[in-house]
Design a protein around this ligand. Structure first.
Ligand code: ATP
Ligand code: MG
Length: 560
């Protein structure tokens, strides 16, 4: 497959080829059979009732990626047929998220703009005798629907004359009924093994203000009736959705068949993406916000697109991850590690190193002259083209608390009494002792340095200490707030069960090289030996950057 199919007009990469999945096999077949005389057209149809998450991200990549691959188009459509749960706030966040991921819709549409057409189609179904007005309450309808083993029973309104049903439907629209007093049901088959075909409700009465059409309507179409019409009206060819709609496909097809819609779209289902150790369901996210355990929908620990953006994940990484997950009919619960792998891969050549000590302990270099200071040259990245910067070094420095141990275990190559380590970009130092307070807590580590070992000095490397540790000069270090993150959930599964991880966030006041005070919101760095970090765009105030851990350095995930 030609790679440049996925280039944007400016030559940059969309990063999602979504190569060779079963959905594309179906499309290839349809193209070979000339099933449609219109271009391949997909849609991403979120309901604006919450923020998008990593699962939606996969659907976005799949729908937009498919349109790109086949030179067709993809609509961003708000599936806004339920006025009760929808909100303008979510509409705006969805557009921002899709654009941020690198995709541009061919049309921006609202399902609610088709309410008139949907209404007309329902009148047609009623006149044809394929739908009827029913006085039953939702409880009565549920009871009449039967069970898996027991067929449903025909509604007593099933044979209501079409003219009467039509008049009722018009009266429903005119506001003559209260919520739940009347509905329109499809006349299909009450003994169908498929529950969705047992005379499903097509329209309900609901006196509610809609975010787009206001109070224009007091009847609203049900999802299963509205969705095929939305797709058909837009000329969608392949309507890609998740597996739970497989059993709804016969109803999708029934609606369009009864309306004699020419060349109706083909619904194709794929398995939802599940991610371990996180929380995706809106209900659970809302609960954590209410309980104050997370900030909001964009908490950096969440796998909402807004949260992942704030966390510092890149669109390139998310698209590469979605591609790696693939598209299938089998449920998949993916390890978080796999997502982190792609984030790390994307960042490793993009960002510069900085020296930051998260949990500092002071080191006093006894034989380094008091009052003296010198500049050490530190590479900005592995790539020599990225240049170097000069950091000050003097008698007192900070190192990570965990880089010193009084009683070292085997294979501990960092600082302990009598051991020599390399200070990155500076000198070799040997530990000579510790200072403790009255309670026995270590307040400083004492060392001596070897002036002959300054980094870059010829021959200095002949001794090769096993450990290299990072440091910052105590005289010039700045304090920066840093937040490290663990998984949001100790446990989570496909059913939405989860256990919140109380250790999912650790706050540090780190000691950093001075330049980091000037870092701009959104700027990313690798903190040497600690991980990748971004300046938080929400919490950072002018000259007071707050850093989020994007991802640590180590991974157990290996790509196949
Ligand atoms: P949730 O309740 O988790 O927010 P949803 O299905 O209610 O999900 P919609 O706004 O209806 O959210 O979804 C928009 C599109 O995204 C749909 O086509 C849906 O199938 C798809 N989608 C939602 N969740 C996932 C997921 N986990 N994996 C892949 N696609 C998904
Ligand atoms: Mg939904």
């Amino acid at each position: 497959m030609a790679e440049d199919l996925f280039k944007k007009p400016d030559g940059s990469d969309y990063g999602t080829t979504m190569a060779g999945n079963f959905i594309h096999d179906i499309i290839d077949q349809d193209l070979a059979n000339e099933k449609y005389d219109r271009p391949v057209w997909t849609r991403f149809p979120p309901e604006p009732n919450g923020y998008l998450h990593i699962g939606h991200c996969k659907s976005i990549c799949l729908n937009f990626g498919t349109a790109l691959k086949y030179g067709g188009g993809c609509n961003l459509r708000y599936d806004d047929t339920n006025p009760l749960s929808e909100d303008e706030e979510f509409v705006n966040s969805i557009e921002e998220d899709v654009l941020w991921l690198g995709f541009k819709w061919d049309n921006l549409l609202y399902a609610s703009d088709y309410f008139e057409k949907m209404y007309e189609c329902c009148e047609q179904l009623i006149m044809q005798g394929d739908a009827y007005a029913s006085d039953e309450s939702s409880d009565e309808i549920r009871e009449g629907r039967g069970t898996i083993t027991v067929p449903g029973t025909d509604s007593r309104w099933r044979d209501r004359p079409a003219e009467e049903s039509l008049q009722i439907f018009r009266d429903m629209r005119a506001g003559k009924y209260k919520d739940g007093e009347m509905c329109i049901r499809a006349k299909i088959d009450m003994s169908s093994p498929n529950f969705n075909m047992r005379d499903p409700v097509l329209y309900r009465v609901l006196h509610a203000t809609h975010h787009n059409v206001g109070d224009e309507w007091c009847i609203y179409p049900m999802y299963d009736y509205a969705h095929p019409l939305e797709d058909a009206i837009e000329g969608i060819t392949h309507s890609i959705c998740t597996l739970e709609f497989e059993d709804h496909r016969p109803l999708y097809d029934w609606v369009l068949e009864k309306l004699k819609w020419p060349d109706p779209p083909q619904q194709i289902e794929f398995a939802k993406l599940g991610l371990a150790n996180t929380i995706m369901s809106k209900r659970n996210i809302k609960r954590l916000v209410t309980e104050g355990l997370i900030d909001s929908w964009d908490d950096p620990r969440l796998c909402t697109i807004a949260g992942m953006r704030r966390r510092g994940y890149t669109p390139e990484a998310l698209r590469a991850f979605c591609e790696s997950v693939g598209v299938s009919k089998a449920d998949n619960l993916v390890e978080y590690d796999q997502l982190e792998y792609f984030v790390r891969e994307d960042l490793k050549d993009k960002v510069e190193n900085r020296m930051v000590v998260l949990d500092p302990i002071k080191v006093i270099i006894e034989n380094y002259p008091e009052g003296k200071s010198e500049l050490c040259e530190i590479e900005n990245a592995q790539d020599p083209d990225k240049g170097t910067r000069m950091l000050s070094f003097s008698r007192e420095i900070y190192i990570e608390r965990e880089d010193f141990m009084e009683v070292p275990p085997k294979k501990y190559f960092r600082l302990y009494l009598g051991n020599e380590v390399r200070l990155k970009g500076a000198y070799f130092v040997t530990c000579t002792g510790v200072d403790k307070d009255a309670d026995g807590n270590i307040i400083a580590v004492r060392c001596t340095y070897d002036p002959e070992t300054r980094s870059g000095t010829p021959g200095a490397d002949s001794r090769r200490p096993k450990g290299t540790i990072h440091w910052v000069d105590a005289a010039t270090a700045v304090d920066i707030p840093v937040r490290n993150y663990g998984y949001l959930a100790c446990y989570s599964d496909e059913t939405g069960r989860f256990e919140y991880n109380p250790e999912s966030k650790t706050n540090y006041m780190a000691k950093a090289e001075p330049g980091l005070k000037d870092a701009e919101p959104g700027e990313r760095f690798q903190f040497f030996r600690n991980g990748y970090y971004i300046v938080d765009t929400v919490l950072s105030k002018e000259s007071e950057p707050v850093f989020n851990e994007i991802v640590g350095l180590k991974s157990s995930y290996r790509p196949k």
